[in-house]
Design a protein around this ligand. Structure first.
Ligand code: GRG
Length: 317
């Protein structure tokens, strides 16, 4: 098991414990450093690839270490930083949200769902391990998430049960799964803007919101800061999905590392399909600006989260 014992930082805004995060630090370097910390921690939390039965552990690791952007864990760590917390305390939550996210991708790619061959630039789990193992790898990653989060430390305002409930609600039948169901049931039918928002809020924004909230909880955030990060996460999560929809029609599979153009082929409810490409770009910018406004309560400490939202708005993959 990996635990972080790192020296306490001395300069107020220069460090989160063990992670150099001064405002001067280049965003790309910060994102890389966060992703490396998360990867090392995940490696420590997951059973070895050789642990019996090796097939399931190889399959879990195959999808988890396939080169995802680690956006949700980075947001979790950056939220902890904005609330004056320490990376070591936020790492279990950061790893847990990545495990839930990866499970959802593995299951979404299954033939009974989106039926996809390519994810994170590699053949999907069921293509490599077969459908049965892919289903179980998703199940195991979901369960692993809660095992990891149960090892997080409670903070005075947020007992561990509250942190676990946060992740359970975001990944449950009223949020992530509700979004996926609405998405499946909506295929081939014209969607209204309200239906689109219902899907995106649940399928995408809920997990992004929970990532930020869990980071804040690990830092014992005040209710005002937790609420601000909730607003930030909802708007950023919606913007992220609008951009994902845009990239699906403007980028190649090679660039995205997943099959491009699938949304149109499956007649999915997407922003470009409902409001058009140019209006979707304006909507992504509007949502990002709304997200950034929610950070006002953080003053300078919100700079890193603002930089991340700007980077996501202009991403090309
Ligand atoms: C199977 C319960 C269940 C849910 C599936 C995740 C999901 C819901 C569907 C996948 C398709 C999709 C468009 C999901 C919305 C969230 C999203 C944009 C996922 C991709 O996230 P990235 O871009 O992926 O952060 P990486 O690979 O970088 O982690």
């Amino acid at each position: 098991m990996m635990h972080e014992h790192l020296p306490r930082a001395s300069g107020a805004s220069q460090h989160v414990r063990g992670l150099h995060t001064g405002a001067a630090m280049d965003l790309s370097a910060y994102l890389k450093q966060c992703a490396q910390r998360v990867d090392r921690a995940l490696d420590g939390y997951l059973p070895r690839a050789t642990a019996k039965p090796a097939t399931i552990h190889r399959a879990m690791r195959y999808s988890l270490f396939a080169g995802g952007k680690r956006m949700r864990p980075v947001l979790c760590l950056a939220a902890a930083e904005a609330c004056g917390g320490e990376v070591g305390a936020a790492l279990p939550a950061a790893c847990a949200v990545e495990c839930v996210h990866t499970y959802s991708l593995v299951h979404d790619d299954l033939p009974c769902m989106d039926d996809d061959d390519l994810r994170r630039g590699r053949p999907t789990s069921h293509k490599v391990f077969g459908e049965g193992v892919a289903v179980l790898a998703g199940d195991a990653l979901l369960t692993q998430a809660f095992e990891i989060l149960a090892q997080a430390a409670p903070t005075p305002r947020y007992p561990i049960a509250a942190q676990i409930r946060e992740l359970a609600v975001a990944s449950g039948s009223l949020q992530l799964i509700a979004g996926q169901i609405a998405d499946l049931e909506g295929e081939g039918k014209p969607a209204t803007r309200a239906q689109l928002r219902f899907i995106h809020e649940r399928k995408t924004a809920a997990m992004i919101e929970a990532s930020l909230r869990l980071g804040a909880m690990s830092a014992n955030a005040t209710p005002a800061k937790l609420s601000a990060l909730t607003d930030f996460g909802r708007n950023l999560g919606l913007a992220f999905q609008v951009i994902d929809d845009i990239l699906d029609v403007t980028q190649t599979s090679e660039k995205l590392g997943k099959s491009a153009g699938k949304d149109i082929a499956a007649e999915k409810a997407t922003y470009p399909a409902v409001i058009g490409l140019e209006a979707s770009k304006r909507e992504a910018a509007r949502l990002t600006a709304a997200a950034d406004r929610a950070l006002e309560v953080f003053g300078k400490k919100g700079g890193r989260l603002r930089a991340i939202s700007g980077r996501l708005l202009h991403r090309e993959s």
